[in-house]
Design a protein around this ligand. Structure first.
Ligand code: NAD
Length: 368
């Protein structure tokens, strides 16, 4: 069999359950290397609280440069109560923000898929969520989380004023909309763009730019615009009307969390953050489960590794164009769920509880 070029993943397991779930991803990477002769290289390093404890910073320059050089970063989760009192700029979560900003990861892809085997785990009626498959594309490096001026300053009469600024340029809007249109073409060919153009100028610009890009380059994709508050309501009323939703950083933060809960479990959902291509045509990217470090269950061997494993499937698809391998991995996850194996977070009557590592092993055995 012909060996493909070595491709390097930087694994940053992080804190809490991060190392436990990333350990299962490592097993899967090893399986692909051994059984499919895919010469993936893995390098592991510290990010988050564990890096702060060792180096006094949530991410060292050395690790950051490794992230710039690798094919893709695979992150577990960062943070936890241990670091609650650490100064703001040194908090574990700053590692994530630095990676997102410096790697220019402007498009955050969050699928919300309701696995048919877990339809009862959703708080919504089965007929509303069964078969749900939405992709939310959230702008990740602009908008109110990064806009200047920002801060808290004293004003007259002894009061203080908190300031954040919501800004977007045409190019920031267009590049993320382009990602959404391209994705839609591989899915149901439908994009819903969300903003608040009724009350925000930046929202109006968002709507105009998305429409213009559509009319020039993506006429064949169905586009509709929706106010973000209406989208929030529609996600609960009739979520299956959506295919790809594209929206800004703030609304995306909320809508994607809301959409993820339609599916019932945090432990199942992956995410990808994509950046611009570098001069070698390489797409900068980071893949991570949407859940956090789950300090309440860390070290118990019960965390669900599926979100991390599906994040790796996204890496195969979006960073390496290995669609067949990604599909095989996704199917292996479905097969294991079909067999009734469940980690504690998704256990239900008539299913069998397995540990984190047993779940990883079962997925690998389905890949065989
Ligand atoms: P969380 O996602 O860590 O946990 C929420 C609940 O879901 C907990 O009950 C947890 O046990 C459960 N859960 C989460 N992932 C699970 C999994 N894979 N398997 C089984 N159960 C799972 O959110 P939180 O409790 O709000 O945050 C804990 C810490 O994680 C905080 O320090 C927070 O800042 C951090 N955090 C990090 C990220 C990240 O690294 N991307 C994201 C969110 C939160």
């Amino acid at each position: 069999m012909i060996k493909v070029k070595k491709r390097k993943f930087l694994l940053l397991p992080g804190d809490g359950i991060g190392p436990e779930v990333i350990n299962e991803v490592k097993k899967i990477i090893n399986w692909f290397n051994n059984k499919k002769s895919l010469d993936f290289e893995m390098e592991e390093d510290l990010a988050g609280g564990i890096s702060y404890d060792k180096h006094g910073t949530p991410i060292t320059d050395e690790v950051f440069y490794k992230a710039l050089e690798c094919e893709a970063v695979i992150l577990g989760a960062v943070g936890g109560p241990k670091w609650d009192n650490v100064e703001f700029s040194k908090k574990p979560e700053r590692a994530l923000l630095k990676l997102r900003k410096e790697l220019k990861l402007f498009a955050n892809l969050r699928p919300a898929i309701c696995f048919k085997q877990l339809v009862d785990a959703s708080t919504l009626k089965p007929e509303v969520v069964s078969g749900l498959d939405i992709m939310i594309v959230r702008e990740l490096t602009g908008g109110i989380y990064f806009g200047e001026p920002r801060g808290i300053k004293p004003i007259d009469n002894g009061e203080r004023k908190g300031i954040n600024t919501h800004t977007y340029t045409s190019s920031e809007i267009r590049r993320v909309a382009k990602v959404a249109f391209d994705l839609a073409k591989k899915r149901q060919n439908k994009v819903t763009s969300c903003e608040k153009s009724n009350v925000m100028e930046a929202g109006l610009l968002w709507r105009e730019e998305v429409q213009e890009l559509h009319d020039k380059e993506y006429k064949d994709v169905n586009l509709n615009h929706m106010l973000a508050d209406n989208c929030s309501m529609q996600l609960l009323r009739n979520p299956k009307q959506f295919d790809v939703i594209v929206t800004d950083n703030l609304f995306g933060d909320m809508l994607s969390d809301q959409a993820s809960m339609l599916t019932g479990s945090l432990g199942l959902l992956p995410s990808a953050s994509l950046g611009a291509k570098n001069k070698d045509g390489k797409l900068r990217a980071m893949y991570e489960p949407i859940h956090g470090s789950a300090p309440d269950i860390a070290g118990k061997g019960i965390a669900n590794p599926i979100a991390s494993i599906l994040s790796f499937a996204m890496a195969l698809k979006y960073s390496l164009n290995l669609d067949n391998e990604a599909n095989a991995l996704e199917k292996a996850v479905q097969d294991v769920l079909d067999d009734g194996l469940r980690t504690k977070d998704i256990i239900s009557k008539g299913t069998k509880e397995v540990s984190t590592s047993q779940m990883g092993d079962a997925i690998i055995s389905k890949l065989q």
